[in-house]
Design a protein around this ligand. Structure first.
Ligand SMILES: C[S@@+](CC[C@H](N)C(=O)[O-])C[C@H]1O[C@@H](n2cnc3c(N)ncnc32)[C@H](O)[C@@H]1O
Length: 209
């Protein structure tokens, strides 16, 4: 369990190295415009690093180099924007149906100067017809619905990474029938952006062997 002093600025600099200033700019945007636009709760602003940024970037170790990635239901850009900032090798597409959120995403991508590798698509997942090496999602929907939305976006060997809470294993159990119908195998994994960070729980879905 992370201590109450966690994360300190020095630790964040150690984790994110040269990318720290860009991630800090994104955190500042979330804490200002994100709160003003109602995308981030006012009480969340104090917990952006541990609850949102470290949790999002923990996915990085599961994503292979130079991949195309879709973040489905990106909201204010989580986990897609922090991942794109720590992994400039990725080609990221942020998929978000709501106008206010997709406008926020477009402006934020422009402000951060990452438009060459991050694309914003205003759409529901089920109306978007492209395929990706990785499909990531956080707080999108229960696993059965998430499979229906994300599986068609996966290319042949593609992988779905769903950031979940402590009930991940129960969700996998409840989605058994959907997993079989979609020919997917599920694993529940724990990943961390740093040994002192709370582990993130990820359900990884891949084509059945
Ligand atoms: C609870 S928010 C999570 C936002 C962000 N991923 C995060 O972790 O903070 C769920 C998001 O999914 C979006 N969403 C809902 N239905 C969707 C669909 N069918 N396709 C794509 N996104 C959807 C919503 O507009 C919302 O922004």
């Amino acid at each position: 369990m992370a201590s109450t002093c966690w994360p300190m600025s020095s630790q964040l600099r150690e984790i994110y190295g040269a990318e720290f200033p860009d991630i800090k700019r994104y955190v500042d945007i979330l804490a200002s415009t994100g709160v003003e636009w109602g995308l981030i709760g006012p009480h969340e602003a104090e917990r952006l690093w541990d609850r949102h940024i470290l949790n999002s970037t923990a996915l990085s170790e599961l994503i292979t180099a130079n991949s195309t990635v879709a973040d489905v239901g990106s909201g204010a850009g989580l986990p897609g924007i922090p991942l794109a900032l720590v992994r400039p090798d990725l080609r990221m597409t942020l998929i978000e149906p709501l106008l206010r959120r997709s406008t926020f995403l477009t402006e934020t991508v422009e402000t951060l100067g990452i438009g060459d590798r991050v694309t914003v698509v205003r759409s529901r997942a089920e109306d978007h017809h492209q395929s990706y090496n990785f499909v990531v999602a956080r707080a999108l929907a229960p696993l059965d619905r998430l499979i229906g939305w994300c599986n068609p976006l996966r290319d042949g060997g593609g992988v779905i990474l769903a950031l979940k809470g402590s009930s991940a294993a129960d969700e996998v159990e409840a989605a058994r029938r959907h997993l079989q119908a979609a020919h997917l195998d599920a694993e529940v994994l724990k990943v961390q952006a740093h040994p002192a960070a709370d582990p993130a729980t990820v359900v990884r879905l891949r084509a059945s062997a």
